[in-house]
Design a protein around this ligand. Structure first.
Ligand code: COA
Length: 582
């Protein structure tokens, strides 16, 4: 089918659908929802058989849904209506939730139902539920809806009477009463707004939005007081115990209203002395965990939004070194449950006095970590991608000897979307080890997401399993046991060392690093400000003004109109474009 994806942004859910539907053989193009006129133009150009809207913040123009079949993905069960479905599900502690694929009509979230899928709710942040349960249910429901459309079936009528549309919770409805709310209630409120819009709160008269909360069973204090810090998180007492808050966004425009690690946000808000006065509670690196099982070491790192700051890189490198002191044969790097890693922490960089210096420090810190992994010669390493990875995060994973992923994880193994960033993390060494020169070049030029099946077929990763996390776990246990198999371990390790030594002779790792960093230095300090502009727009969530051509297949031919006719093929392309537009 020729399907136009109409989106507020090309987010993780849309990327996953893009990957799955392309794999199913559909012809896809993407249009970002800029305004009604642009949407109508996109439909005119692409002439889709179906418009699919998995993530929209506005209604589809009637001129479009009246003439074309438009399917909307609503992140709620059949009959649920409103723009904050998942927020309410968390606030109301719903035991089950779902996803519905509806046909767009003049009744918001009230059209006939093409398909739906259910899932049990998990006590987790909204973004986490969205990236795992909602995404998996959406893939199932959209596939079923498309199959029904293809078979010429009709949708089920909307439930009658139609339940009322539930508006988004107000800031007041989510506000925390530290004197009366218990930890469970506080967590529910913060989780329900995590990602967007965040719960508004005050710390010593300074206004912030709160994100990234987790419970603490041990600490107690007068409700509302700050009790401790750990890493960059702060702990605040509730009525019955305490919660940790890892991320804050100042509500003060002069400080920039974007998210950053809590202690950094407090510091930039003039509360540095308060942070310094808080007792440091162990562990001082709450995002990192190490444990062993059957002689295999597991190092996990839960990075909020997958962003890895310079400090986190250094803490992880220290934890990695400690793990290497343990007598294990295999060290498994399991990342976090929501993300593996999305590379440098662009928000911390944006908050720094010099974004160029902070970028330079961050990329060097990630490179140090990657180099540490690459230099591990006394055991095998394995990267396990339980969540999505992008840019430098993907290449950090490739530094391991073996790379596994949960099926359904979306990879963006390229840097160009961030203002044509060249990238480092030894990608110029790691990519040709796994892909042929041509495939490696194509991958780096591409700006599109990659599914795990495609990544495996390319040789970018070694295996994938799932999408259920426990299915991946079984594969990891099996593969780790095989890597650490005592009978063959020494011989296989010798081969690994030989290969590294041979490659080091051909070209030292340091040389790859220096040449990549030379490009990065230009990106950070050079004449062309593209990276700084792209990062600013990304961090400040600047609305899109157009759909990039790598997504909008239907707009790619338009350019040919402007080509001189002496360019071979231009006249034919322009004629085709005119035919399409007419
Ligand atoms: N640094 C800081 N924050 C990051 C981040 C990074 N490297 N990567 C993602 N995030 C944050 C986003 O700001 C967003 O924050 P929010 O909670 O306020 O909405 C959140 O993670 C989710 O990202 P978003 O882009 O909305 O959706 P997604 O899940 O679809 O992510 C990505 C898709 C990863 C492709 C996209 O976020 C991205 O391109 N990230 C930057 C990658 C990069 O260029 N890294 C630096 C070079 S090494």
């Amino acid at each position: 089918m020729r399907i136009l994806l109409l989106l507020h942004s090309f987010n993780s859910l849309a990327q996953r659908l893009y990957v799955e539907l392309a794999r199913d053989g559909h012809e896809l193009s993407v249009e970002l929802d800029i305004n009604d006129e642009t949407t109508c133009e996109a439909v005119r150009l692409f002439r889709p058989q179906l418009v699919l809207a998995p993530f929209l913040k506005r209604a589809i123009p009637s001129a479009v849904w009246r003439r074309h079949r438009c399917l909307i993905v609503h992140p709620g069960p059949v009959g649920d209506r409103g723009p904050a479905a998942l927020d309410w599900a968390i606030l109301r502690s719903e035991p089950h939730w779902g996803v519905t694929v509806l046909q767009a009509t003049d009744v918001l979230d009230g059209g006939p139902v093409w398909a739906s899928a259910q899932f049990p709710m998990r006590r987790a942040r909204k973004g986490s539920l969205y990236r795992l349960e909602v995404t998996e249910a959406t893939v199932l429901a959209v596939r079923e809806a498309l199959a029904r459309v293809a078979r010429g079936e009709r949708p089920l009528p909307a439930p009658a009477p139609l339940p009322a549309l539930r508006p988004a919770p107000t800031a007041q409805e989510r506000s925390i009463d530290w004197n009366h709310d218990d930890s469970e209630t506080v967590l529910r409120k913060i989780h329900s707004a995590d990602g967007y819009p965040g719960v508004q709160d005050s710390i010593q008269e300074h206004r912030f939005r709160l994100y990234d909360a987790r419970a603490d069973g041990a600490l107690r204090g007068p409700p509302g007081t700050l009790l401790a810090r750990s890493g960059e998180a702060i702990c605040r007492a509730t009525r019955d115990s305490a919660v940790w808050i890892g991320t804050l966004a100042p509500l003060d425009e002069t400080l920039g209203t974007f998210k950053r690690p809590a202690t950094l946000a407090l510091g930039s808000g003039g509360l540095g002395a308060l942070v310094d006065s808080l007792p440091e509670k162990e562990p001082s690196e709450p995002e990192i965990d190490y444990h062993e099982c059957n002689g295999i070491g597991y190092l996990s790192f839960e990075l909020y939004n997958g962003a890895m700051s310079s400090r986190q890189c250094r803490r992880l490198q220290a934890a990695y070194r400690r793990a290497r002191e343990r007598p294990t044969r295999v060290l498994v790097l399991t990342g976090g449950s929501d993300f593996w890693c999305n590379g440098m922490h662009l928000h911390c960089i944006e908050a720094a006095d010099s974004a160029a210096d902070a970028s330079w420090e961050n990329i060097n810190a990630i490179d140090d970590l990657a180099q540490e992994i690459l230099g591990t010669e006394d055991r095998f390493t394995m990267a396990v991608l339980r969540g999505n990875a992008a840019a430098g995060g993907v290449f950090l994973a490739l530094a391991a000897d073996r790379v596994l992923a949960r099926s359904g994880v979306v990879l963006n193994p390229h840097y160009r979307n961030m203002g044509n960033l060249y990238g480092s993390e030894f990608w110029t060494y790691l990519l040709p080890r796994r892909l042929t020169g041509e495939a490696a070049g194509a991958l780096m030029r591409s700006r599109l997401p990659l599914g795990t099946e495609e990544a495996c077929a390319l040789g970018l990763i070694d295996a994938h399993a799932g999408p259920e996390p426990d299915v991946l776990e079984t594969l990891v246990l099996r593969e780790a046991a095989a890597l650490g198999e005592p009978a063959t371990f020494a011989a296989r390790l010798a081969l690994k060392r030989e290969r590294r030594a041979r490659e080091e002779t051909e070209r030292p790792l340091q040389s790859y690093r220096e040449s990549e960093l030379e490009h990065m230095r230009l990106n950070f300090y050079g004449f062309d400000p593209s990276y700084h502009i792209a990062r600013y727009r990304f961090v400040h969530r600047t609305p899109h003004a157009w759909t990039p051509l790598y997504l909008a297949a239907h707009r790619r031919t338009i350019r040919a109109e402007a080509m001189p006719t002496s360019v071979p093929g231009a006249a034919a392309t322009a004629a085709r474009t005119r035919a399409l537009c007419s």
